[in-house]
Write a protein that binds this ligand. Structure first.
Ligand code: ZN
Length: 334
């Protein structure tokens, strides 16, 4: 299989209809796209999450990363057990009134088997990607593109990825994964998300290194490694608390593993525009490209410590620098 370019990866993934518990179309596209990728092995777990490992030679980055993206998005699913057709549950965090108004405006697609989604075209230009479900299909596409780029560079490293189910209803896939944790116990989970930009984050100014989400704060050293790598590579990133939502890093961390998150700023989060009307989601292409560059650099780098002076070293240098002041003031403390 020839290396697929970013636009074709995006198109194939974003066109797959998806809903919480109904991620099979997206999973099949990811499998098809990664099947021919050199150095990549695929596996499904018992919950239906898809696991992928890129392994080439014995080198490893430090830490070893487990990239994670979820395959679902808020949408309509057939009411379980209902005999009548046309009985739908809407699953995922969108207010009832907005959903009802969207249906009234005719924005719900024709049923595709057991699911129905909002019905917006997928539009990919040099600047912008617009689709029914950027959250988190952009994250899935970013991981696929990253693995292909590692393979095309024949880069020597090991990196894991998970594509999870049922995130939008409370991290069910990620929770299952963390209970089994088929990776090293010191490997660090990196949630790849799209999120509403808040607290100073801006669309088009680079991916956002999340110091936390609505529910937890993330691994401090992990955040430092992300920031240091971006700085070393000259990749533009933002560093913010994105607390308008929560991500799978929270679930994995709660289960006892180190976790951090990075998000591409998302327009019309969960299909709500500024007037709370149903609309397509969108992201900026420059943010997508920067994230792929950052992930490549991240899994190719050994960060012994964090590349910069540790906090301990910084304080010790200051202790020496100000020794005379410390001594001079000491005698005034009686
Ligand atoms: Zn998401």
């Amino acid at each position: 299989m020839a290396m697929p370019n970013l636009a074709s990866i995006l198109k194939r993934i974003l066109k797959a209809p998806t809903a919480p518990f109904h991620e099979y179309h997206v999973r099949a596209e990811i499998e098809a796209l990664l099947k021919g990728c050199p150095n990549v092995k695929l596996k499904r777990d018992k919950f239906g999450n898809l696991l992928a490992t890129y392994k080439n030679g014995k080198s490893k980055s430090s830490p070893t990363w487990v990239l994670g993206a979820h395959m679902d998005h808020p949408a309509f699913v057939k009411k379980p057990g209902s005999k009548k057709s046309g009985e739908w549950d809407f699953l995922g965090g969108v207010p009832d009134e907005a959903v009802a108004k969207g249906v009234k405006r005719g924005l719900r697609s024709k049923p595709a088997g057991a699911i129905a989604t909002w019905n917006f075209p997928t539009q990919i230009s040099f600047e912008k990607v617009e689709a029914t479900a950027c959250d988190d299909l952009i994250g899935c596409a970013v991981i696929i593109a990253t693995f292909w780029e590692l393979a095309s560079l024949n880069l020597s490293t090991t990196c894991h990825a998970v594509f999870t189910r049922a995130e939008e209803v409370g991290f069910l896939g990620a929770w299952h994964l963390a209970q089994k944790w088929p990776f090293g116990k010191n490997d660090v989970f990196l949630s790849i998300e799209t999120s509403r930009p808040v607290n100073g984050a801006v669309m088009g100014s680079g991916p956002v290194v999340r110091v936390g989400d609505r529910l937890s704060v993330f691994d401090s050293e992990g955040v430092s490694v992300l920031m240091t790598t971006a700085k070393e590579q000259g990749i533009r990133v933002q560093r913010c608390l994105l607390d308008a939502g929560a991500c799978e890093a929270t679930a994995v961390q709660a289960a006892g593993f180190r976790a951090v998150g990075i998000s591409i700023p998302l327009g019309n989060y969960h299909n709500l525009d500024a007037n709370k009307e149903i609309a397509p989601e969108y992201v900026m292409m420059s943010d997508v490209r920067s994230l792929i560059d950052l992930l490549k650099a991240l899994v190719a780098t050994k960060h012994d410590g964090i590349g910069e002076r540790s906090i301990r070293e910084r304080v010790e240098v200051r202790m020496e620098e100000y020794a005379a002041h410390l001594k001079a003031s000491a005698k005034l403390f009686k």
